[in-house]
Design a protein around this ligand. Sequence first.
Ligand SMILES: NC(=O)c1ccc[n+]([C@@H]2O[C@H](COP(=O)([O-])OP(=O)(O)OC[C@H]3O[C@@H](n4cnc5c(N)ncnc54)[C@H](O)[C@@H]3O)[C@@H](O)[C@H]2O)c1
Length: 291
Amino acid sequence: MMMLVVRWNTDKGRDSLQSYPCRNTRKDGPQSNVLVRGCVGYCALGGGRCCFELVRALADSEAGDNALKRLRCSTNAEELRTSDIIIEAIVESEDVKKKLFSALDKITKPSTILASNTSSISITRLASATGRPRQVIGMHFMNPPPIMKLVEIVRGADTSDETFMTVKSLAERFGKTVICSHDYPGFVVNRILMPMINEAFFTLYTGVAAKEDIDVGMKLGTNQPMGPLELADFIGLDVCLSIMKVLHTGLGDSKYCPCPLLVQYVDAGRLGRKRGIGVYTYGKVLYKSRL
Ligand SMILES: NC(=O)c1ccc[n+]([C@@H]2O[C@H](COP(=O)([O-])OP(=O)(O)OC[C@H]3O[C@@H](n4cnc5c(N)ncnc54)[C@H](O)[C@@H]3O)[C@@H](O)[C@H]2O)c1
């Protein structure tokens, strides 16, 4: 299970705060994002697995050593009771996220900010699962978080200025550049990125070009570090499909209709790098029964 959680002790001062986002890439374990902060990093529901990549990434550094000492993993959400801010990063499903937000609303103290790393789901609707819509906000880290400079902050219909300013300064203390989006499907980045990825699937589906030609064409032709199909594998094809569905339903325009090839790959369990197979094949393929 996975959750990106920050427990934030504001009294320790700015200099003691650092962030070490990382991703669990264990083949046999679930994907986990961990954000460890200088004072008390607190990753809930990770079952300890989330430490794996962190240990590897930071093994040689003193800063990493110190960060590890501040990291706690737990499968007991009750331990989040005293957290100041919680950043949820579970599966991109509105129903599942709403259930978690509703549970966190009951567990946490009234002042806790509940942030979501969602790529596309309405913050306003997630907030409606809680009794604290003023303290619910989107905090969308780009993948991979240690490298990508951007955090897209999404204000729900009732998000307060105070919540926005707190989350903005937190992201800036992580060394990130912040943009602010209103709460409409896909926000800014995925509203533009996902239709491009979907179009790359249509280009492949309709036989215009081979996958390698599509990716090399976009990489060298538009100066992007990854081609769109390669990027889709990196993000996860299920996540891409889920975002396209949100755009299609939320904006009601047929131009957002997911490409049948993307749908078929997800149906087949070809979810991208995390399963060893997507548009491309990577090492050992992990098919998982969804029954
Ligand atoms: N993949 C990306 O590139 C990317 C980039 C930015 C933001 N995000 C967002 O981050 C979130 C996670 O994305 P991902 O690609 O890691 O998704 P994923 O589907 O690969 O992983 C989701 C994880 O959540 C766990 N999970 C499911 N229900 C849970 C629950 N109730 N409590 C705790 N854990 C639960 C699953 O076991 C799984 O390990 C999504 O909201 C996604 O939109 C993803």
